[in-house]
Design a protein around this ligand. Structure first.
Ligand SMILES: Nc1nc2c(c(=O)[nH]1)N[C@H]1C(S)=C(S)[C@@H](COP(=O)(O)OP(=O)(O)OC[C@H]3O[C@@H](n4cnc5c(N)ncnc54)[C@H](O)[C@@H]3O)O[C@H]1N2
Ligand code: MOO
Length: 450
């Protein structure tokens, strides 16, 4: 869903420039998932001193060597030096040719070192006034290559190198990289926020609904779906089926949040107002000199969820300009809404938060499947399981033609677009194509995100 991803990314760029002044320095421990407001640069060379990759001896020149264990020589001693390892490295006595000095993994290697040899490839011979370090006959020749086992300063990153660009989300490895390159805190944008607009006169939030009414399937799940994507939910509004109310509510929410998700009202009947309002706004905007709203998707070539819309709605920002806020209009049928959320919503949110687009995956089908009229997204499970698999259950053997470490998949039951039950049993999503599929053939697959 490249178009949806690009729409999220367009909104993210506009958001970053609008919020440039409101970035905050947040301690590394609290920055997971936040978006970098500025490029992250190394504050010093990483590693910041030449160090040993092995326990053994820093040596100078060819063997044998005379042991020269003078001055602060290991990691602990270097750390204890007045200004830490950098200073200690500078004050270590230089290693003379023909000499060896004991080093530990991560310890400072002195100037003059031609390489490090591992302890286990050497033995020491005590002489009258000195100790000689000799290579064992079984040591590989490579052990004596110049620079062997020396981690040169700046090898991972030079001071000032850009380690991640503005707009990237802070993942655990990136937080670690920020720390080891000298940062205590990182400049981040405010969290990406969402508002939910749930429509439908017939929707009830408690008790037993009468005929013609339904119990709500969205308020208890969509906030978690958004949070699972790293989004902060700042408002949940519920409105009836009314055009003016829908229009006002959308206008209000666009000023509150970075992305709006609506449910219901995507059909083309007189009682469906979300579609009507989004289309109306796009029409009005196209005839104005300052377009502020456009439809990006007004129907999906997929079932369920085909009435889904994606719009970019202008939000006024200072200086008389406006920035685009994605409005994702999900259909009222619960599975249709969640299928659209998984395919369009996930892509928009990735674009907004900064990770790369999702990598397309395939899995083998566990059985022959008939051609669909349009691509169909359906909750699915591995053929070896009829539901949650108890620990230790070997399951049934894989379908013929599949690798033994890879499950073949099949759709679960209860997957009509008005249902929720299928998704509670699914362990992933299959995309059933418009051609017949034979058992063992690979078809598109989306992992479960929630
Ligand atoms: N004449 C046609 N009718 C319909 C078509 C069509 O092409 N022509 N498409 C069908 C498809 S497909 C879908 S999906 C729905 C789209 O419906 P809307 O987005 O307009 O949503 P509503 O009409 O408001 O509701 C549809 C359905 O979903 C139930 N619903 C709504 N909100 C909730 C909620 N919070 N929790 C649980 N269920 C909810 C609602 O009661 C309806 O049953 O249109 C089809 N019709
Ligand atoms: O979106 Mo509807 O089936 O496609 O429920």
């Amino acid at each position: 869903m490249r178009l949806a991803y690009d729409t999220g990314a367009e909104a993210a760029r506009a958001r970053s420039s609008a919020l440039a002044g409101s970035s905050a320095a947040v301690p590394l421990a609290d920055a997971f998932g936040r978006t970098l407001a500025e490029d992250l640069r190394a504050l010093f060379d990483v590693p910041h001193y030449d160090s040993s990759a092995m326990d053994g001896y820093a040596v100078s020149g060819p063997p044998p060597w005379t042991l020269d264990d003078t001055g602060p020589r290991d990691h602990a001693a270097a750390q204890a030096a007045p200004d830490g390892p950098q200073r200690a490295a500078g004050t270590l006595p230089e290693l003379e040719p023909g000499r060896a000095r004991t080093v530990v993994t991560g310890g400072v290697v002195p100037a003059g070192t031609s390489g490090v040899v591992r302890r286990e490839y050497t033995h020491s011979e005590s002489g009258e006034d000195d100790v000689r370090i000799v290579m064992r006959p079984d040591a590989p020749e490579s052990e004596l290559e110049p620079g062997r086992h020396v981690r040169r300063s700046g090898r991972e990153a030079a001071r000032g190198d850009v380690l991640a660009s503005a707009g990237r989300p802070l993942t655990p490895p990136l937080l670690a990289m920020a720390g080891i390159s000298g940062h205590d805190d990182v400049p981040v944008l405010p969290p990406v926020t969402a508002a939910l607009l749930l429509t439908g006169d017939e929707v009830r939030t408690s008790g037993t609904p009468a005929a013609g009414e339904v119990r709500d399937a969205f308020e208890v799940q969509l906030p978690h779906v958004l949070r699972a994507a790293g989004i902060e939910v700042v408002a949940v509004r519920r409105i009836g089926d009314d055009r003016a109310v829908t229009r006002d509510a959308l206008a209000e929410l666009v000023d509150l949040a970075d992305v709006i998700v609506t449910t219901g009202g995507t059909g083309r009947s007189d009682a469906d107002h979300v579609r009507a309002v989004l289309q109306e706004e796009a029409r009005e905007s196209s005839s104005s000199s300052q377009p502020s709203s456009r439809l990006v998707i007004d129907e999906l070539g997929m079932r369920p969820g085909h009435p889904t819309l994606l719009a970019l709605r202008g939000r006024d920002v200072p200086a008389g300009t406006s920035r685009p806020v994605p409005v994702l209009a999900l259909p009222g049928n619960p599975l249709a809404a969640l299928a659209a959320m998984r395919i369009v919503g996930s892509a928009v949110l990735r674009g907004l938060r900064g990770p790369d687009p999702e990598v397309p995956l395939t899995v083998p089908a566990a059985q022959d499947l008939p051609a669909e009229k349009v691509d169909r997204l359906v909750p699915a499970r591995p053929a070896g399981s009829a539901g949650p698999v108890p620990p230790g259950d070997p399951g049934t053997p894989p379908a013929p033609g599949t690798c033994d470490h890879e499950d073949a998949w099949l759709p679960v039951e209860h997957v009509a677009s008005n249902m929720m039950r299928g998704l509670t049993m699914g362990r992933g999503w299959l995309v059933l194509p418009t051609r017949p599929v034979r058992a063992g053939e690979r078809i598109a697959f989306l992992p479960l995100e929630w």
